[in-house]
Design a protein around this ligand. Structure first.
Ligand SMILES: [Zn+2]
Length: 279
């Protein structure tokens, strides 16, 4: 019996990077990056007080070593990266059963045909064929951001009108005989939803890992040098090019108030506050 117990694999504790928990991930830097962000480097930066940008890390004296090493340490320490996906699905059961499936243009085109059943078929098919190249280029791609607040306040159109692909198709239909704005019709289908996903580190490309490391370095450097740059608080964007199994879907909710970027940032009030998968 004891032998079996000894053979049981050790379960690694999940460590989830959550951009919203700034104080927490800033405090954790010491646990995985102490060998890179050394006392000597700190002293140098405190004395020199450079502007610690994230898109240009030339303020680091040895960026060619520090950046890749910090990226490696960061993605060894954290097992998952919390991301939020905005959408307007008809129901949520499929997310819980099949996970998040990257953009599928055939599925969206069929939805488009259903929603615009009363538009001449020739016109609908014409618009679909115009977007065929884009559909294949973006097939299987999924966008998530590190903050749900940012999603609701800056990218609300995904929740209000749904997929950008559907929005583009609708925007390219000519005006209806009764002057209906076709893109507004998308607001009548589905439930505005924020999905919370813990993305496994293996799904992030090296360039995305590096981008995140640069953002962390910038925040760390600004605090250290006490030279805060007045930057927009944009969270990291995670572009995932594969399906995300349902086991990584942590939660979901339906926000009541969503900033509408297509209507002068007015507040869209969502009346669909529950769905088939709400508890
Ligand atoms: Zn729900």
């Amino acid at each position: 019996m004891a032998k079996n117990n000894q053979l049981r694999p050790i379960r690694q504790t999940n460590r989830i990077f959550d951009w919203r928990q700034r104080r927490s991930w800033l405090a954790s830097i010491r646990y995985y990056a102490g060998h890179v962000l050394t006392p000597e480097l700190r002293t140098y930066l405190i004395q020199k007080r450079p502007e610690c940008w994230s898109d240009d890390v030339s303020w680091l004296p040895d960026a060619k070593y520090i950046l890749p090493e910090l990226t490696r340490s960061l993605t060894s320490y954290y097992t998952h990266f919390k991301g939020f996906h905005g959408c307007r699905p008809l129901n949520l059961r499929s997310y819980y059963e099949n996970g998040l499936i990257g953009q599928n243009s055939e599925f969206l085109c069929n939805m488009f045909r259903e929603i615009f059943y009363d538009v001449p078929q020739e016109e609908v098919e014409n618009v679909i064929s115009q977007f065929a190249d884009r559909g294949s280029a973006e097939r299987g791609v999924m966008w998530l951001v590190g903050s749900d607040r940012f999603l609701v306040e800056e990218c609300g159109h995904y929740l209000i009108q749904g997929s950008e692909y559907l929005m583009s198709l609708a925007a390219n239909l000519s005006h209806s005989p009764n002057s209906e704005d076709y893109s507004r019709r998308l607001r009548k289908y589905g439930i505005p939803t924020v999905l919370e996903v813990d993305i496994p580190v293996s799904m992030l490309s090296l360039s995305q890992r590096t981008e995140l490391a640069k953002m962390i370095l910038s925040e760390w450097g600004q605090l250290l040098t006490r030279r805060l740059l007045s930057l927009r608080d944009d969270p990291p964007c995670y572009v995932i090019r594969q399906n995300i199994p349902s086991e990584y879907l942590r939660n979901h909710y339906h926000p009541n108030r969503i900033t509408d970027p297509h209507k002068g940032r007015s507040i869209y009030i969502n009346r669909h506050m529950t769905c088939d998968m709400c508890y």
